[in-house]
Design a protein around this ligand. Structure first.
Ligand code: MG
Ligand code: MG
Length: 251
């Protein structure tokens, strides 16, 4: 069942989203060659806790960290580690979740480590563009497929792979609520009603669509062909005034 958020729930979601955005603001500053993904996790955990929120991911289905850090060919769900040291030319997708007042904010962003190749730079720009194309469709009266089609059109224009096994999702009291949102058209004509919240999160690949889950840690999802992947995500509420992104800094 797709639930609709009350005014008070939306207020708390914006607060949670603000904290997630504070983490991303800091990540943008500290992501550089030489830092480990474990250090990034520690910094994120500190910011979430000092803002009286709870790191949503920590302990979720047994996940051992506060953020997901997915480097280069890793798509999502990478586990922070002291042994993963970022180097010039890498890209890292950092996924952050914070729960405040029982409500969740969920947002992922991909970052350049130093200077990246032109093709990676473009992959990042286009994936971010596809996110905003999807967000634009997050309006009452549209259907889920409008969002999926908008994301897919941007990816197809550049010939990028679209990750099929993962996608967006309803969000609120729980990190994962109904509905599931595909990043490509499947003809889902579910109506988007006002005050429905969805985490929209395209994952685009420089190569093919296919991904594999690490046998070693059971979490890390990587592209099958080993080519880079980018991931951008915002939590968005469909309001009568248009799409409301909760995971950004409040003024
Ligand atoms: Mg996320
Ligand atoms: Mg998500």
């Amino acid at each position: 069942m797709i639930n609709r958020k009350s005014r008070d729930e939306i207020k708390r979601m914006r607060h949670a989203g603000h904290i997630v955005a504070l983490v991303h603001q800091k990540m943008k500053e500290v992501v550089e060659p030489g830092i480990s993904t474990k250090e990034l996790d520690n910094i994120a955990m500190h910011i979430i806790k000092e803002n009286r929120a709870v790191p949503t991911f920590l302990g979720y289905a047994g996940f051992p960290a506060s953020i997901c850090t997915s480097v280069n060919e890793q798509v999502v769900h990478g586990i922070p580690s002291e042994d993963v040291i970022l180097k010039e030319g890498d890209i890292i997708a950092i996924d952050v979740g914070a729960t405040y007042g029982g409500m969740v904010g969920d947002s992922a962003w991909s970052y350049r480590v130093g200077k990246v190749s032109d093709e990676i730079d473009k992959l990042m720009k286009v994936t971010e563009e596809s996110l905003y194309a999807g967000i634009e469709q997050m309006c009452p009266g549209n259907v889920l497929d409008d969002i999926s089609k908008a994301i897919e059109a941007v990816a197809n224009r550049e010939g990028y792979g679209i990750v099929r096994q993962y996608g967006g999702h309803g969000v609120g009291h729980e990190m994962h609520e109904d509905p599931f949102l595909f990043n490509y058209s499947v003809g889902d004509n579910t109506l988007i009603k006002s005050n429905v919240a969805i985490a929209i999160e395209p994952m685009l690949n420089l190569g093919g669509d296919d991904v594999v889950v690490s046998q070693e840690d059971g979490w890390t999802v990587s592209t099958k062909d080993g080519k880079p992947s980018a991931h951008f995500e915002h939590t968005v509420i469909a309001t009568d005034d248009g799409p409301l992104i909760t995971t950004k800094l409040m003024n």
